[in-house]
Design a protein around this ligand. Structure first.
Ligand code: NAD
Ligand code: TYD
Length: 341
């Protein structure tokens, strides 16, 4: 299997590449990434010299960067992914998430290759009760969610119109190693370690459905191998939590590491102005992927959060280099030759 993974230098993409190369030593993985602020080749240090791994610096909107590259399937992780940034400026989200996906769909059509589009539960909008299943209407509320919903619609249209072999996964909120520190879980851990205030939007009672990134990666692999063309698969761990509960648990774990009493860091909690259009609750019904593909999450929330806190504590250099901006230079050091061409 020769896989084109787009956005493989980001959080979930890099977790997926590490997972895929270790679970399937016969895979060849080509990582195409534009290396935006969220792309970090240091995420892939463990695999960068594996014979099965190749990196190409390129933009999913650019047809030419893939002209001479061969592959059997595309997994599209590449995206602008942060809701707060999409509220400040939606334009890069429309460019990459919609136009970039369209470009990849054209390539999948031309080459008749399989296409797995990695999407999000945020396309369904917010619900106070019940769960989103694959038939729930798309009612995105943030510019990020609207751009992902648009790309999902394009995938659907290419399946219907051109009969391409595409599938969509819609996953809930991920957490785990290598998540960029703008997102809630790493932000809380790092701010707590630095004894800085932890911003809680609104009343802290917005609910997210949390999944450990490695479980998401295994689900993507199951869909790639066993999924049916044209289908959508919701992925989630049945693990809803109000934000404030997640934040308190993280602060407790960090306090434990620092040898403090469990409540000693709660004073860092700082309620701030709410996010505009802040979705109240996401909740995924993952029965389809469980029943049809036999996937189950392997990591409980307590265990996943403990592992994640341990990882950020053991990998201070990784996030300190992000905060200082040093991580951006890694590409030049590793791939300087290619950069000069
Ligand atoms: P991320 O922001 O950490 O990584 C995105 C990656 O895409 C980066 O490496 C970036 O450099 C790359 N990229 C951006 N624009 C590009 C372009 N034009 N061409 C090539 N590469 C480009 O995001 P993530 O959290 O790893 O999310 C990956 C995918 O999973 C996204 O499609 C996101 O919508 C989806 N998703 C994320 C979550 C979550 O909780 N993080 C949940 C469900 C679905
Ligand atoms: P985030 O990690 O940005 O993911 P998403 O918006 O895609 O769900 O945020 C998760 C939740 O945490 C969301 O309800 C917003 C909230 N939040 C805070 O309260 N404070 C913060 O500093 C951040 C980044 C998020």
């Amino acid at each position: 299997m020769k896989l084109l993974v787009t956005g493989g230098a980001g959080f979930i993409g890099s977790n997926y590449i590490r997972y895929a190369l270790s679970a399937h030593p016969d895979y060849r993985v080509i990582n195409l990434d534009r290396l935006t602020y969220a792309g970090n080749l240091e995420n892939l240090r463990e695999v960068e010299s594996s014979p099965g791994y190749t990196f190409i610096k390129g933009d999913i909107r650019d047809r030419d960067c893939l002209r001479d590259v061969e592959f059997d399937a595309i997994i599209n992780f590449a995206a602008e992914s942060h809701v707060d940034r999409s509220i400040l400026d939606a334009s890069p989200f429309l460019q990459t998430n919609i136009m970039g996906t369209h470009n990849l769909l054209e390539i999948a059509r031309e080459r008749a290759c399989a296409f797995l589009h990695v999407s999000t539960d945020e396309v369904y909008g917010s619900t106070e009760t019940g769960f989103f299943n694959e038939a729930s209407p798309l009612q995105p509320n943030s510019p990020y969610a609207a751009s992902k919903a648009s790309s999902d619609m394009l995938v659907r249209a290419y399946v219907e119109t051109y009969k391409i072999r595409a599938m969509i996964t819609r996953c809930s909120n991920n957490y785990g190693p290598y998540q960029f520190p703008e997102k809630l879980v790493p932000l809380v851990i790092i701010n707590a370690l630095n004894r800085r205030p932890v911003p809680v939007y609104g009343d802290g009672m917005n609910v997210r459905d949390w999944i450990y990134a490695e479980d998401h990666c295994r689900a993507i692999d199951a869909v790639l191998h066993k999924g049916s063309a044209g289908e959508v698969y919701n992925i989630g761990s049945r693990n809803e939590r109000p934000n404030i509960e997640v934040i308190r648990l993280l602060l407790e774990k960090v306090a434990g590491h620092l040898g403090l009493n469990k409540d000693e860091l709660t004073g860092l909690i700082n309620f701030v102005r709410d996010r505009e259009g802040h979705d109240r609750r996401y909740a995924i019904d993952p029965s389809k992927v469980e029943k049809q593909l036999g996937w189950r999450p392997g990591t409980s929330f307590e265990e996943g959060i403990s592992k994640t806190v341990d990882w950020y504590i053991s990998n201070r250099q990784w996030w300190q280099r992000i905060i200082s901006g040093e991580y951006m230079k890694y590409y030049d050091a590793q791939y300087g030759e290619r950069l000069k061409k």
